[in-house]
Design a protein around this ligand. Sequence first.
Ligand code: GAF
Length: 391
Amino acid sequence: MSPARAAADAFRTLHGRQPEGVWAAPGRVNLIGEHTDYNDGYVLPFALPHRLAAAVSPRQDAALTLATLGSDGRIQQAGPLTLADLRPGRPDGWAAYPAGVAWVLREHGIGGGADVVIAGDVPTGAGLSSSAAIECAVALALRGVAGYDEPDEPRRAEIARWAQRAENEFVGVPTGVLDQTASLCCVAGHVLFLDVRTGEREQVPFDTASTGLRVLVIDTRVKHAHSESGYAERRRGTERAADLLGVPALRDVTPAGLAAALEALPDELRPLVRHVVTENARVLDVVGHLRAGRIAEIGPLLDASHRSMRDDYRISAPELDLAVDTAREAGALGARMTGGGFGGSAIALVRESDQRAVEQAVTTAFARQGLRRPRLFAAVPSAGAGREQLA
Ligand code: GAF
């Protein structure tokens, strides 16, 4: 059953009527450009076919009810929450994501009450951006039932900032804008080249299938406990480095200026800066290859990105390294962890003819080490968020 249908059915079960509309938003894979977004740099995500859908109807009172359908078929509920009483930390847990979006939208004059039911198939805790998918689906849904048309591209980028604010200020996680922009602005068959500083966006064709290639996602199904603190600590480190260097953000350090910048910094900040500066350069190199249709040639850049995250930024995990190393040994053209790190997913660029062998090798390697069986799938660059038509 599609996420939209599942959300609409759950809505009918809970509320005894059809929802007024259903909006859905995808998870994402970041092809390259990790931990560059909050340094004003470059990112290159594409949307997954996996989506989270929000079935919504307006309410007469200024209240919000929230429900989410779990993969076990159970429905969790929150509310009615009085919109005027929403505050960071109230509610918390899963409900903070949709409530935070309602809280931000209210500041932008979109503040009517609503019943919201969420369902979908973006793996959670897998570094594939299920939180942003919830935020973006709910943001479009609340706008939609308030009478706004489907947003155009620039408006989508603005809504991504609103959703990021919900996550930063309401949920309390200091993430960048990569995930929300990917969920709202990606288009099928393309990667989105985003310059976070300027907001410039370019849809770069990424048709792996026609070149006999696949992007294999390897969800390790591991999430280490320090993932949030580790993320915040890396972010603080890079901001401190930018302060010490007297630049607005590490984006302003060029590869040519890297050696001098490193000289000027304390030892502990140097690897962080080296990662961000070289990662931005790798994004530009990958974009160059993709614009020229040379997809297979990005492999070594993916490998270099992984090494940089493992050795310099230190956000990989044994399970991610195992996935990446095994995929490479089994014939992948390149592989790297994707997303925030400390667990979650890796991606591997593989020839279609090698896909089975790579999957087999990774599954066997995990079993040998007594790890949980990883979830594997080939990811097709898919459409961004939007309203769903129910048949
Ligand atoms: C997480 C964050 F949400 C993004 O903003 C980004 O920083 C990413 O980690 C790392 O590139 O997904």
